[in-house]
Design a binder for this molecule. Structure first.
Ligand SMILES: C[S@@+](CC[C@H](N)C(=O)[O-])C[C@H]1O[C@@H](n2cnc3c(N)ncnc32)[C@H](O)[C@@H]1O
Length: 217
């Protein structure tokens, strides 16, 4: 288990925190449906337009290099949304096999055509895959959307279906300012901790993979 930021190339987004904060009580319920409004509706309800722009290419490259992935390896993305990261894995590493799971009908039905056949609808705490199916299991900004018990199950599931590497990224903070920004900004997370408490959760469920934090700056 190692704390390492494999999304260090991912661009920082501009966050109109005050605007979002004013809308939060109403918009949380809408956002948590993970439908059109969350992905492609107003910025106060979610992404404000979740469109492919190639930003995952560098992340895919970083993971391929860090984990030494090769053609024929099998990668699962838990909370894959429209499949952008999986698409980029396929672009960067020919012959890689990809699979994705997400709870969102909207995300999956608007997924990129080349990955669509490899995506399934489901929930992170019950992965419909056999033990040891994947060389790399990734989950980015997804499992903090589950209640703690389900969140722990989701981490156990990542461990179960992996035969080798795992990378998990969740909401957290390194400073009190980031903590306060997070509380004002976030819409969908229900399980969130400081890094020390997250690490304890990971140990409690015998997680052996890598992890890092999504910080609200
Ligand atoms: C913040 S988005 C992250 C999407 C993508 N991983 C990324 O980083 O761009 C959160 C994703 O988690 C999905 N999600 C929420 N609850 C889930 C669950 N119980 N099981 C699987 N996916 C879930 C949402 O539909 C959404 O696609």
């Amino acid at each position: 288990m190692r704390e390492i930021n494999l999304l260090d190339s991912y661009p920082r987004s501009t966050r109109p925190i005050a605007e979002r904060q004013a809308a939060v009580p109403l918009q949380r319920e809408i956002a948590r449906k993970f439908g059109y409004e969350y992905f492609d509706g107003d910025r106060t309800q979610g992404y404000g337009g979740y469109r492919y722009d190639g930003r995952w290419v560098a992340v895919a490259r970083r993971m391929i290099e860090y984990y030494g992935l090769r053609a024929g390896n099998h990668i699962l993305d838990v909370g894959c949304a429209k499949g952008f990261l999986l698409h980029d894995f396929q672009q960067v590493l020919h012959g890689v096999l990809v699979a994705g799971l997400d709870v969102s009908h909207y995300g999956l039905s608007n997924a990129m055509d080349d990955v669509k056949p490899h995506l399934v609808r489901g929930t992170a705490e019950r992965l419909p895959f056999a033990d040891g199916s994947f060389d790399l299991v990734v989950s980015i900004n997804t499992i903090h959307n589950l209640e703690l018990g389900s969140c722990r199950e989701a981490i156990r599931e990542m461990e179960r279906v992996s035969r080798s590497h795992k990378y998990l990224q969740v909401d957290s903070w390194l400073t009190e300012e980031q903590h306060q920004n997070f509380l004002r900004w976030q819409l969908t997370a229900v399980t969130y901790f400081d890094p020390q408490t997250w690490r304890q959760v990971f140990r409690d469920v015998d997680y052996t993979g890598d992890f890092y934090w999504t910080l609200t700056e």
